[in-house]
Design a protein around this ligand. Structure first.
Ligand SMILES: Nc1ncnc2c1ncn2[C@@H]1O[C@H](COP(=O)(O)OP(=O)(O)O)[C@@H](O)[C@H]1O
Ligand SMILES: [Mg+2]
Length: 1002
């Protein structure tokens, strides 16, 4: 299919580019960008790459952006994959869409197994990426996208997503575009360009090359003067050159006989003029048909063009033949279906466009020899003609069951006319875009729908749809639309419902203050009759308000009211999870006993069922439950929550579920699992548009890194977050707390103190208008006490540690109590301190929070050793070592080991080789591999690339001193005993042999 051969047989002066393409095909795993002005020869190089790839037996997937379809969500992605999937047999299709790739099913296979969430764009991007992984697993692959300048935005986002993950895949990418002003290029396109491993910029042809082409075309008779004139006219641009030669060719005289003056015309306008002259020469029907094809865009069907141009199909085939011979349309092979249409076959043969090879599928979709010709033909239409043609095109495509996005691509170009049919199609296309995870595209379509405009009765509905799309796309404009919907909606009840939607939208973007304000307004309007709705609004108000102290004064009275209701023994109604969560948060901040809070929340969970209605509320519930240390209940609830998030592909749900899982695992001390989970949340957050949520995932990851001794990594994670300017809230308080722990580990005690004090201030009574007793949430006071101890201010340390301990004793959860007791013991020192350390270790023996247990045992052992009780020190130190190693907490394990040595024992395990040296990420991957999971499965589960998995495993093997996967089980066997899981900690092991006999030959 050498479409662009034209008069020029082969490409001149493209050795460098062709070599780069060859290298791409050989090495793969990266993206080449091909950049140059119209006519420089990009498409020709894409052709070369594709045919070369095919020759090598690579699979080739190609697509081309077109201006017309730049608003058709995933249009380019569909071009790449739809045909490939349609042509696959059922078995292969299943294999290609297996695993994480399943999220691409609704888009590519039209299968909607379960309704997708509005914010499924991450899941779809990731699913499409896995489709490529699955394809590349079958053999090398080339993905070529021409004219990516015009690719639709969702496709561009995906191309960038894929390009970042190509390394290590048997897939190469070639992307061609015209250069543009970076200021005018959209972010998605810039993101694609930024991923290029190399940029090829084909040069203008030299005078010599032009001369050679002219001579080749003119039978070698062309003189120097003629060649120089052609060069001057075309400036070395291959398209201009080709068109000049075409013009000369059509004059019917031998090349040598032409006057240089005849050729002295250049530039796109001139080309367009000549082409149009050529088309006109074929008669008015030919012009109409060509214009209809231009309106349909490259790849439109001939029979649709015939209908738009109002000519019969047979006439259209004849005219298309003429246009092909006039080199307006590219000489493409009509398909079997065209030929099978009997009447047409003769016409097609007569048109002289039949070649040997006949593709099996599809109607005849002519293409122009170059997009500039399409542009010129379309530009000839006046606005009325263009409007009519696009309307007609939309109706034809709709009648043919074309994807709604393709129909709408025409309708966004027609003049608004209050047309109900147009409105319906636009909304349909927007829904399809939402369903395929392209809210940006949906927002654009609904914007156009609002301009149509809808009838007054429909307006509120369209506004809400538009707002949902905008909000999902992370755009501010959504709020303005929702507020407008709020204004046009009738009745306080509907308005309250919309207000709840607005508030949830604000909350989804972590804009708590706005959320509170909207709810307040709605509450003020709502009469006493709507008690249940009011309760929901109040619950949402409190949950939101507690995230930002600037609205704390509004929260306090509501909380007081809710609290008294609760004390009055009234259970919240089934639908009021937010109310229950708000109350639990209030209880937590008031320092009420963990048991009470937990029971309250567990009952709520029981009532609400496993599926979360609102991700934020459910996440808040589970966070409080983690803090209340009902780890088992949280683990149980997270299973279905993860499943639900995967099923509906909600980015928000993935973030909520994975960051909660990360927190749970962190608090249990399962650092590798915490790391893996929180990294998924971080990845989704970074791909999505809700940066403010970064704090939840980044602080968990920073804590993990600190515990694993990766202090630079912890710093890098915290650097993702702005240092200042965040309002006080239950989310933001996590940030200085995490930084304080890092500073402690770095030995920067004064800064640590400042950070923990900042936490205290964020939770100050003056900020919240009510006293807050922080118990097991961030441990700001014990953190500050540790910093003070380092600074030598023991008195202050004791005071703070005691204050926290007193509150935590009321709270009563073992992990929190263990921490408070430990710090109080360290602060006090002496026999009194020792007693507190004993108590801490004993309390933690009842908790599955193994890392804290290890820490308390280590401190207890160290204190005993300092007290001269060397023999007594060994048992807790040995247990600490074992537990810390099992958690992958390197520094703590090292400390326990040093202490053990100082206590006269010889620890069994050598330090810094083997399992202890693995980072949490390496250990997590190694454990999964050890469980028999393939690299692909692990990559799928952890949302990382195969290459990353291979890297982790290679480093793990090197540290473990083993050859490969087969030896992992033996190498990891030693650490198995310490791995924190809920099941094994419920079996309490205080004096099991392996754990308490840590020394050899002792
Ligand atoms: N290196 C080359 N040598 C000769 N002809 C070329 C060369 N590159 C492109 N052409 C011809 O120039 C015309 C425009 O090329 P094309 O690849 O469509 O450009 P672009 O995609 O950059 O707009 C085609 O007819 C093509 O055959
Ligand atoms: Mg091109």
């Amino acid at each position: 299919m050498a479409r662009h051969a034209g008069l020029v047989g082969s490409l001149r002066e493209r050795e460098h580019e062709v070599a780069a393409v060859e290298e791409l095909l050989e090495r793969r795993g990266r993206m080449l960008l091909l950049e140059g002005r119209a006519g420089i020869g990009k498409t020709s190089l894409v052709e070369v790459a594709c045919s070369r790839a095919a020759e090598l037996g690579h699979e080739v997937l190609r697509a081309r952006g077109s201006e017309l379809e730049s608003g058709f969500a995933f249009g380019v992605v569909r071009q790449l994959f739809e045909r490939r999937l349609a042509g696959a047999d059922p078995g292969e299709r299943e294999a290609l869409l297996a695993g994480p790739a399943a999220a691409a099913r609704p888009l590519l296979a039209g299968e909607l197994a379960a309704p997708l969430a509005d914010d499924s764009s991450f899941a779809v991007l990731h699913g499409l990426y896995w489709l490529v992984v699955n394809l590349a697993a079958r053999g090398p692959l080339l993905i070529a996208v021409d004219d990516v300048y015009w690719a639709d935005e969702p496709s561009l986002r995906w191309l960038a997503y894929l390009a970042r993950r190509l390394d290590g895949l048997a897939a190469g990418m070639l992307v061609a575009l015209r250069p543009g002003d970076p200021a005018l290029l959209g972010t998605p396109l810039l993101a694609v360009c930024a991923e290029a491993a190399a940029v090829l910029r084909p040069a203008l042809l030299s005078e010599q090359a032009v001369g050679a082409v002219v001579r080749a075309a003119g039978g070698g008779e062309a003189g120097d003067e003629l060649c120089a004139a052609v060069y001057a006219a075309c400036g070395g641009n291959p398209l201009y050159l080709t068109e000049l030669l075409r013009a000369a060719n059509r004059s019917g005289r031998p090349m040598a006989a032409l006057e240089p003056a005849e050729l002295l015309a250049g530039g796109l306008d001139e080309i367009a003029r000549q082409v149009i002259t050529r088309v006109r020469g074929l008669g008015s029907d030919a012009l109409s048909l060509a214009q209809a094809l231009a309106v349909l865009g490259d790849g439109g069907e001939l029979r649709h063009a015939a209908a738009i141009a109002e000519v019969t199909p047979a006439a259209a085939a004849r005219l298309a033949g003429g246009l092909t011979r006039a080199e307006v349309l590219a000489a493409e092979v009509p398909t079997a279906e065209v030929l099978a249409a009997g009447v047409l076959a003769a016409e097609v043969l007569a048109a002289g466009v039949l070649a040997a090879e006949v593709p099996a599928h599809g109607p005849w979709r002519p293409r122009f020899v170059h997009p500039v010709i399409r542009d010129a033909l379309e530009a000839m239409l006046d606005s009325g003609e263009r409007d009519r043609a696009h309307r007609r095109a939309a109706r034809l495509l709709h009648g043919d069951m074309a994807p709604p996005g393709q129909v709408a691509a025409h309708l966004v170009r027609v003049r608004p006319a209050g047309d109900g049919w147009v409105l319906a199609r636009l909304r349909e296309a927007a829904r399809a875009a939402m369903d395929s995870g392209a809210p940006q595209a949906a927002a654009g379509l609904l914007d156009r729908a609002l301009a149509e405009p809808p009838s007054p009765g429909q307006r509120a509905g369209v506004l809400r749809e538009a707002a949902r799309a905008e909000v999902t796309a992370g755009r501010e404009r959504g709020f303005a639309l929702l507020e407008e919907a709020l204004r046009v909606a009738a009745g306080p009840r509907v308005r309250a419902e919309i207000a709840l939607e607005v508030a949830e939208a604000y909350a989804a973007l972590f804009r708590w203050v706005d959320a509170v304000d909207v709810i307040e307004r709605a509450l003020a309007e709502l009469g006493p009759a709507e008690a249940e709705l009011a309760a929901r609004l109040e619950g949402e108000l409190v949950v939101c308000g507690l995230h930002d102290a600037r609205r704390a004064t509004r929260v306090a009275p509501v909380l007081a009211r809710l609290g008294s209701r609760h004390l009055g023994g009234r259970r919240p109604a089934a639908a009021s999870e937010p109310v229950a969560v708000a109350q639990a948060m209030a209880m937590l901040l008031a320092g009420r006993p963990a048991g009470q809070i937990a029971t309250w929340l567990e009952e709520t969970l029981e009532r609400s069922g496993p599926d979360a209605e609102n991700w934020d509320t459910r996440a808040a519930l589970l966070w409080v439950l983690v803090v209340a240390e009902r780890f088992g209940a949280v683990e149980k609830a997270l299973g279905p929550m993860l499943e639900q998030a995967h099923r509906c592909g909600s980015a928000r749900g993935l973030v909520a579920a994975y960051s909660t899982l990360g927190l749970l695992k962190l608090r249990l001390g399962a650092l590798p699992e915490a790391d893996a989970a929180a990294r998924v949340a971080l990845c989704v957050l970074q791909e999505g548009d809700f940066a403010p949520g970064l704090g939840f995932a980044a602080t968990v990851l920073s804590d993990v890194a600190v515990e694993a001794g990766q202090l630079d990594e912890a710093q890098a994670l915290l650097d993702l977050l702005p240092r200042q300017g965040w309002p006080a809230g239950v989310g933001t308080v996590l940030i200085p707390a995490a930084r304080g722990r890092l500073r402690l580990a770095q030995g920067r005690a004064a800064e640590a103190l400042a950070d923990f004090r900042a936490c205290g201030e964020l939770f100050g009574a003056d900020v919240w208008g009510m006293p807050i007793r922080e118990t097991g949430y961030v441990h700001a006071r014990s953190g500050a006490a540790l910093a003070l101890l380092r600074l030598g201010w023991r008195q202050d340390a004791v005071r703070l540690a005691d204050a926290e301990l007193a509150d935590v004793r009321v709270f009563g959860a073992p992990r929190a109590l263990g921490i408070a007791l430990r710090v109080a013991g360290l602060a006090r020192g002496g026999p009194e301190g020792l007693a507190l350390l004993h108590e801490s270790a004993a309390v933690l023996d009842d908790s599955p929070a193994l890392l804290e247990r290890a820490r308390s045992l280590a401190e207890l052992g160290a204190a005993l050793r300092r007290d001269g009780q060397r023999a007594a020190a060994r048992d807790p130190l040995a247990r600490a070592l074992e537990l810390a190693a099992g958690c992958a907490a390197g520094p703590l394990a090292a400390r326990a080991r040093d202490e053990l040595r100082a206590a006269g024992a010889r620890p069994r395990r050598p330090w810094r080789t083997g399992v202890d040296a693995l980072t949490p990420s390496e250990l997590r991957v190694a454990r999964l591999a050890c469980d028999g999971r393939s690299n692909r499965e692990i990559a799928g589960e952890l949302y990382v690339t195969l290459k990353a998995i291979e890297g982790h495993l290679a480093r793990a093997y090197a540290k473990l001193g083993i050859e490969g996967r087969g030896q992992l089980a033996d190498a990891l066997a030693a650490e198995k005993t310490g791995v924190p899981t809920l099941q094994r900690t419920t079996r309490r092991r205080r004096d099991g042999g392996a754990i308490t006999s840590p020394t050899e030959g002792d």
